[in-house]
Write a protein that binds this ligand. Structure first.
Ligand code: KQY
Length: 367
C-alpha cells in the first residue's frame, strides 16, 4: 500500500499543477447506476466511451469499472484504455479522485479529500457514498503515490487552479453548511493553501443556475491559462443565470491573482436553456435516498465544463445553436491544442459534464 502522510503538501514542497501542465494520464469511472443514468446507463456509457476514446488519442486513460460491468466496458472501450476493477458509488472522478500534487523534483503525491456526495444528508445526491470516498485512495494505491488524507470535505470540481498560486471557487459550494460547517472562510482558505500550495483564493458567489453540486466552479468558469478566465455568459435579464454571470464578472473584474495580475475574462455562450424531457426522466430508476429527476427540470449546461489533456481539449456538444460558437472560442483560447467536441447531453442528464468525469494525473514519479 502507498504510504499515508500526516504532513501537509505545502510544508513538503508540493503544489497542485494546472490542468494544462503535462499529464501522465487521465482517470475516469464507468457509469452504471440506473437511478442517475437513464436506460440502465447505456446512453451515458456511450458518451463516456467517446470521451475516453478522444483522450486516449492524446494520453493514457484508466477507467475504474465494477466487476459486473467489466466485460461490457471492455467491449465498448478502445483497447488503449486500461481498465481497473474497483467499487464506486457513481462515476464522477473529478470529485472522488485525488487532487494530485507535485514538487520541484518531479515527485507525485495526492490529496484524498473527504467526500459526502455533495452535501451528505443535507442536500446530498445519494447515500451511501462510502465507496466513492475510497476512490482517491484506490487510485493513489494503484500508482503507489503517497497520499495526504485531508480531514476536509472537498470535490475536485469545486476548485480551479492556475498553477501560479491562484485558486478559483464559489461561496455557494465551499461555504455551504453541508460541506465543512465548522470552518470559517479564512480557515477554508488556509486548508487550500496548505494542501494545494496556492497563495490566493478568488471567490465567486453562486455557481451555474440549478447545479445540483451546490455551484461547482467547473460548471461556471475556468482558468484558460494564468491571467485568463472563461466564464459562462447570459445576456437574457429574465434568465436566472443572468444575475449569476454578471456577479461573477464583477468579482473577476475586481480581482487580482496571486501574481498581482488583473484577469482577462472571456465570455462563453450558454447552451439552451436546456431542460430534461419527460421521456428522459422516465428512463431513470427511482430509488430511496437518491435525488429525484423530473421532466421539465432545467439542466445545468455549460461549455466551461471541458477538459484539457496533452495537446487536446475535449469539450461538450450540447446545443446545435451554440456549439459552433463555443468551438471557435475554445479553439482561439487554446491555439496549441486540438479541440474535439463530444456529444454530451447524456452526461449532462446525470448532473455534470466532461470536466466532472475526468481527473488528470500530472507527470511525475510517485515518491
Ligand atoms: O460537477 C461535477 N464536478 C460533478 C457533478 C456531479 C453530479 C452528480 N449527479
Amino acid at each position: 500500500m502507498a504510504s499515508t502522510l500526516t504532513t501537509l503538501p505545502r510544508d513538503d514542497g508540493f503544489r497542485m499543477p494546472a490542468e494544462w501542465e503535462p499529464h501522465a494520464g487521465t482517470w475516469m469511472i464507468w457509469p452504471e447506476r440506473p437511478d442517475n443514468w437513464r436506460l440502465g446507463a447505456k446512453p451515458a456509457q456511450q458518451a463516456f466511451a467517446a470521451v475516453a476514446a478522444a483522450i486516449a488519442e492524446a494520453e493514457p486513460v484508466t477507467m475504474l469499472v465494477s466487476a459486473g460491468q467489466w466485460e461490457n466496458a471492455r467491449q465498448r472501450l478502445p483497447a488503449a484504455v486500461r481498465l481497473i476493477e474497483a467499487s464506486t458509488n457513481d462515476a464522477w472522478c473529478r470529485d472522488t479522485g485525488p487532487s494530485f500534487v507535485t514538487d520541484a523534483d518531479g515527485r507525485l503525491r495526492g490529496n484524498d479529500w473527504r467526500f459526502n456526495a455533495w452535501g451528505g444528508f443535507d442536500g446530498g445526491l445519494y447515500a451511501p457514498w462510502d465507496q466513492d470516498d475510497r476512490v482517491a485512495a484506490k487510485i493513489l494505491d494503484a500508482e503507489r503515490a503517497p497520499r495526504y488524507r485531508a480531514p476536509f470535505i472537498l470535490e475536485g470540481g469545486a476548485i480551479h487552479i492556475d498553477g501560479e498560486g491562484t485558486l478559483l471557487t464559489t461561496e455557494e459550494c465551499l461555504l455551504n453548511p453541508n460541506r465543512n460547517p465548522g470552518l470559517s472562510r479564512a480557515e477554508i482558505e488556509a486548508e487550500l493553501r496548505a494542501r494545494l500550495g496556492i497563495e490566493k483564493t478568488i471567490w465567486l458567489g453562486a455557481g451555474l443556475f440549478n447545479d445540483e453540486t451546490d455551484g461547482h466552479i467547473d460548471n461556471l468558469a475556468c482558468f484558460v491559462r494564468p491571467g485568463v478566465v472563461a466564464l459562462t455568459w447570459c445576456d437574457d435579464p429574465d434568465d436566472p443565470q443572468y444575475a449569476i454571470s454578471h456577479d461573477a464578472h464583477r468579482r473577476l473584474s475586481a480581482a487580482t491573482d496571486a501574481r498581482g495580475r488583473t484577469l482577462e475574462i472571456v465570455k462563453l455562450p450558454m447552451p439552451g436553456p436546456l431542460f430534461m424531457t419527460d421521456e428522459e426522466a422516465s428512463g431513470i430508476d427511482a430509488t430511496e435516498g437518491s435525488a429525484v429527476r423530473l421532466g421539465g427540470a432545467r439542466l445545468a449546461a455549460s461549455y466551461a465544463n471541458y477538459y484539457i489533456a496533452n495537446g487536446l481539449v475535449v469539450m461538450p456538444l450540447l446545443d446545435p445553436r451554440t456549439d459552433r460558437q463555443a468551438i471557435e472560442i475554445l479553439s482561439a483560447l487554446h491555439p496549441d491544442r486540438r479541440v474535439v467536441g463530444v456529444a454530451a447531453r447524456e452526461i449532462l442528464l446525470g448532473g455534470g459534464n466532461i470536466h466532472c468525469i475526468t481527473q488528470q494525473q500530472p507527470a511525475g514519479r510517485p515518491g
